[in-house]
Every structure is written in C-alpha cells, then in structure tokens.
Design a protein around this ligand. Structure first.
Ligand code: ADP
Ligand code: MG
Length: 655
C-alpha cells in the first residue's frame, strides 16, 4: 500500500514529555531535565537530535528507547501508549523494535565480538546456529570478518562501534537509537559509521541519531535542535522512500522466548565463562562449598563408624543383658550363694525376660578316636534366644530336658567339623563329655567372626542341670547368670527391681549385678551425640560456604551492573537476568558439590586405610550434595533478585 508520509500515523509520538531527576527519598533536589517535549517521528526517518552537552539528549534517547519512563507526558509507540506496557512488554519492544548504539559502545567485556552481537537474539529465542550465522554475517557486512572472536579490548574504538551497530541490527533493528555514535571515534572511523547509518536509513531503518556536533547532524535528513530540555528548532518531517514495517504491537510480550532448556544452557554457558574469567574468586568460593560438603560426608561417616563400633562391641547380645553373680555383702562377710529359687523369683519379675544360669569350663570331650579339650557351656534352654542364635540342624534342648537332667548336647559348627570331619551326620551320635555319655540332638548355625574372644563355634551346649550333675561335680551355684531385661527401655528398672527382690529374699546384698546393657546404651548414646555434633559442625561449614556464594554473587552483581544494563537494553526480561544469576550461583555450588563429594569419599577412604572406622551413608552424600545445590539457590536468590530489579538506565550508567 502506498501512503504519503504526512498522513501516516507517527511511529513515535511524544506529547509534553517531562523528566525530573532527584526529589525523592535520597534527598537530592528535584531537577527537571526535559521541559515538555512534543515530537513526531515517522517510520523510516533519519533524524538527528543535536544540542550542547547537558541539554538532555541522552535522557530523551533513554525515554525513546523505553530504558526509562518520563515523569509526565505521553509517549505513543505505533499508536500504543508506552505507559500501559508492563516489564515484559517493554523488554519485547527493546528487543524487537529498537537497536541501541551507545557512545561508549557498551559491549560485554567477557564476550567475543560475535557473542556480543548474538545477545539480543538470545533473548528473542533465535536458535543457536541461526544466531551464530546471522551475527557472523552482520559483522562480515560491517567489515569485521576477521575479528569475530576478538574480545572488545582487542578491538579499536571504530571496530567496537561496528560491533555495537551489528548488535543493534541483530533482531532487525527497525529503529536505531544512536547516542553520540561518533563521539569517541577518530574522524575516519566516524565518517564510516555515518556512512553505515545512511545505508541503513536507505534500507528503511528509522535512525535517531544524537549528537552535539552540528556537522554530524547535517548528514541526517531531519535535524531537531534541543536546548536546555526544550526543542528549539525542527527541520520538519522528511520524505521517506521506504520504511520497514513497525512491529505488531498486538504481539507485544507474547513471544515465549527460547525454550526453557535453551535458556538454561545459555545461562549455564555464560555462568561457566564467568567462573573461568574469575578463577581465583571462583576457587575460593568453591573451596567453601567443597569443605562444607566434604566435611558433612566425612564427619557423618566417622560418627557412624564410631557408633557402629560400639554396636559391634555389644556383640550379638543386644542391649538388654545384665550379669548376676554372687559377691561379698557390703558389710563384709562371706559371699552369698544364689539359689535356683532366687533365679526363678527373678525370672518372675515383669521387667525381666529370660534368666539363664551358666556353668562353663574346658573339659575333655571324646568321640570315636578324637579327643579334645572343649568348652562345655551348661545353660538353660533360653540360650538361643538370649544369644539370638539359630540352630542349624536338629533342635535345641527343652526346659523339660533341663529339669530332667537329660544327657543331650547341641554342638557348635566348628565342633562338628573337628569331630565329624568326614561330614557324617552327628545327630543321634553319642559323645563323651568328661566321662558322661551325651546324645547329639542339634548343631548350632555358624557364628563366625562375631563369636568374640571365646570361639562359640567350637563349644558344646548342654542343659544346665545335666552340666551341673553330670559334668561339673554337682556344683551348687552357676558361674554367673545372664539376666535379660524384658525390653531395652526397662533395663534400668529391671536392675532396680532385681536388686530389691534379691535383698528382700536374702536379707543381704551378697550378690553383684553387672549391667552391661546400661553401659552399652550409654556408649551408644554418647556416640550418637558425637555423630550429631559432627553433623552439626559440618552443616555449619556448609552454611558458611553458602554465605560465601552469596557474597561472591553480590560482588558479581555489583561488578557486572553495566552488563546487566546492556542485556536489558538489548531486550532481556527481568526473569532472564534472574535466571542467569541464579544459574551462576547454582553452577558454582553444583561444581563445589561434586568436588566436595569426591574429596569427602577420598578423605574417608584414606581414613579407612589408616584403620579409622568409617561408614559412608548414601543419605549423607546425597543430602550434602542436595544441600550445596539448595545453598546455591537460596543464597543466589537475593543477588539474582537484586540484579533483575535494576533499572536499565541506572544499570547502564554504572561503571
Ligand atoms: P546530554 O546527553 O545532552 O549531554 P543528559 O541527558 O545526559 O544530557 O543530561 C541532561 C541533564 O540531566 C544534565 O544536566 C545531567 O546532569 C542531568 N542528569 C542526567 N542523568 C541524571 C540522573 N540520573 N540524575 C540526575 N541528573 C541527571
Ligand atoms: Mg549524552
């Protein structure tokens, strides 16, 4: 459709725009910099805004480019009042409509020429390859083909300005806002830049050029003069041969940007580069997290190892065992003799489980022509229960057999190997213990390593009464008696009740109670407390590591405020900035977490080799790792939020 320029609705329409600085809480007096600017610009125009330094040109450009909002007045872009746009829609406009060329170039120092040019397309969601190709093509067109991978510091001023022009064109650059683009350039580079802008104007781009130099302004097709925040001259709307169509305002803020994963990858890549550029700082932060994670893993492993050792020392007897034996009464006198009736009375207490009197000594055992010293363990039928020990073959003797002094024996696993080496079935065979014949009725399961100093596997087990009468010369009293509390919780009560009962029965304290269970429980509690303390220390160091992350991220935000401004000016949304800084924080803690887990396992391994009991827990490893990542998220959030909340102009102005 052909239309005459004068009738077309203006692309940019400013009405009575005013801008004040200061006058808010920071105490600076309010200063009005723009005093009611009214101005129309048509699509495809090449306008120069000229004025002395301090006349408000940059302020005006920031308003035109939606980097800042006016204090009053209206700004309509393509018929839409800009004041009605939200943050995402403004970001969209900066991305899709505007291309900024700044006097100070404003390139991201850590990125190459090509990457700088790519930035606006990242936020527009252009696929990676298309992006790289287009950036290279633009730079080539501007004569920078051999400088694609140079960093800004490796480029001359003119070259940097060309990079920033390429960046302005990356997303189309329908409206190029150039603030003193030649101000920092020598005259030859400046002339080249002006030539470029002229070509772009011919191609239909709308160019708004800001300059203090009248000669530069004369190269534009319309000149607007500004003095002290007011327009004092305007050469009038110029003829436009062709203009790129204005962006479709109905689409404002609608584009979703790149896919979540592309965005994440991009953020991770930027983050990774940031970490590499600041090696010392990164390694110090990492160190904090590594120490945190590794110490959680190692300390919990050492704590668990110590606890397990205590449990091992308990053997298989569990935490309910007490020992009862005779002893001298406290007022002197001969040791008492505990009777079977005393033991029966103890067994009847509700706090008591099993009561198991024991006589045991090495005696001669014979079968066929084998003849050995073997420990004959005479005890009650409760032995397998008390020792939590299984009968592998045959059966254990019964309470009735014990009472009836039955000549039956259950043999240990090793005993069977020693006496029946041909593997024949021992059940039903007669063996001689001292000189008494006993019938083998069962074989205990192999007990192996946890049988302690006495090798239980080599013993034989006979009923208490049979042992007393047939083997141990009618001994009146057990060597000692194992008394089992009914439950772990009742250990203390069981001891007290037993003591009370026996004193009442015997009228004297001529007995001794060894409360192994209470000692073991206390030890287990101590080691549990130690484990918790170690865990706490480790957790504290993890938090300290997290604070380190936050500190570094806050510093990073401060250091990179200008970069944030550049990214926003080229179309980044708040959430893009937020995501980038969060990703950096999480990446640091992720890397720290991995190194921490590896070092934790290594240190634990070294401890193991030096015989320190260490038991790694998968929960602790996974937990420590998860904590480090969570630390990154939590402590990275605040700096990320701070970065995202920055005003584009404010961020750009920072040095
Ligand atoms: P120009 O680009 O024409 O040199 P600017 O638009 O940068 O002028 O500045 C116009 C006036 O506004 C100057 O007097 C400047 O000191 C003032 N000014 C610019 N930015 C701020 C700000 N953020 N706070 C207070 N005053 C400002
Ligand atoms: Mg300026």
């Amino acid at each position: 459709m052909d239309r005459t320029v004068g009738d077309a609705p203006p692309l940019i329409a400013l009405r009575e725009i005013r801008k004040q600085y200061g006058g808010n809480i920071d105490g600076a007096p309010a200063v009005e910099v723009l005093h009611g600017i009214t101005l129309n610009i048509q699509a495809g125009e090449f306008v120069a805004i000229v004025g002395a330094s301090g006349s408000g040109k940059s302020t005006l450009m920031h308003l035109l480019g939606c980097l800042d909002r006016p204090s009053s007045g209206t700004y309509s872009f393509s018929g839409r009042d800009v004041a009605t746009l939200d943050g995402d829609e403004l970001a969209w406009l900066r991305r899709e409509a505007f291309g900024f060329v700044f006097q100070g170039y404003h390139l991201i120092a850590t990125e190459s020429a090509r990457e700088n040019v790519e930035v606006p397309a990242i936020y527009a969601g252009m696929p990676e390859e298309a992006r790289a190709e287009r950036a290279a093509a633009l730079l080539t067109r501007l004569g920078m083909a051999d400088k694609l991978d140079n960093r800004p510091t490796q480029l001359s001023g003119g070259q940097q300005q060309r990079v920033s022009i390429a960046r302005a064109l990356m997303n189309g650059g329908r409206i190029i806002l150039a603030d003193e683009p030649t101000g920092a350039l020598d005259s030859k580079s400046g002339a080249e830049v002006m030539l470029l802008l002229n070509e772009l104007a011919d191609a239909g781009h709308t160019i708004i050029l800001i300059t203090h130099d009248r000669d530069v302004a004369e190269q534009a097709r319309r000149v607007i003069e500004i003095h002290d925040g007011q327009i004092i001259a305007d050469s009038g709307v110029s003829a436009v041969k062709q203009a790129l169509p204005a962006p479709d305002m109905a689409q404002a803020g609608r584009d979703a940007g790149a896919s979540f994963w592309d965005d994440l990858r991009e953020a991770a890549r930027t983050a990774w580069r940031g970490m590499k550029m600041n090696r010392t700082r990164t390694s110090l932060t990492l160190l904090g997290i590594v120490i945190g994670v590794a110490s959680v893993i190692v300390m919990l492993a050492v704590g668990e190892g110590a606890k397990q050792r205590v449990i091992d020392e308990m053997g298989s007897l569990g935490t309910t065992i007490m020992y009862l034996g005779s002893g001298h009464p406290s007022n002197g006198g001969p040791p008492g003799r505990l009777t079977i009736e005393d033991l029966d009375a103890v067994a009847a207490l509700p706090e008591i489980g099993h009561v198991m009197p024991i006589i045991g000594d090495p005696v001669t055992v014979r079968y066929g022509n084998v003849d050995r010293q073997v420990y004959a363990f005479a005890s009650s039928n409760a032995m397998p229960l008390v020792h939590r020990w299984r009968v592998a073959q045959g059966r254990f003797f019964t309470a009735a057999e014990d009472r009836d002094i039955a000549p039956v024996v259950v043999i240990g696993h090793k005993f069977k190997e020693n006496f029946f080496p041909d593997g024949s079935n021992p059940i039903g065979k007669q063996i001689l213990i001292v000189d008494a014949p006993f019938e083998v009725i069962g074989v205990m399961a192999e007990r192996g390593a946890d049988s302690g100093s006495q090798n239980y596997d080599e013993m034989v087990f006979i009923p208490y009464q049979s042992g007393r009468m047939r083997v141990y010369d009618a001994r009146a009293e057990p060597d000692y008696t194992v008394v089992e509390a009914a439950s772990e919780e009742q250990v203390q009560a069981a001891e007290a009740e037993m003591k009370k009962l026996l004193i009442a029965r015997r009228g004297s304290d001529d007995f001794r109670i060894g409360n192994a269970a209470a000692k073991l429980q206390a030890a287990a509690q101590t080691s549990n407390a130690m484990k918790m303390m170690l865990g706490l220390i480790a957790a504290v160091s993890l938090v300290v590591g997290g604070i380190g992350v936050m500190n570094v991220m806050l510093m990073t935000v401060r250091e990179r405020t200008r970069e944030i401004g550049i990214r926003m000016a080229t179309g980044a949304r708040q959430r893009d900035i937020m995501r980038q800084f969060l990703t950096e924080a999480v990446l640091v803690s992720l890397v720290g977490g991995v190194i921490g887990v590896v070092s934790g396992l290594t240190i634990g391994g070294i401890l193991l080799l030096s015989k320190v009991p260490v038991i790694f827990s998968v929960t602790a490893i996974v937990g420590a790792f998860a904590c480090s990542v969570a630390t990154g998220l939590i402590f990275g959030y605040m700096p990320a939020k701070k970065a995202a909340a920055l005003d584009p102009v404010v961020a750009l102005a920072s040095e």
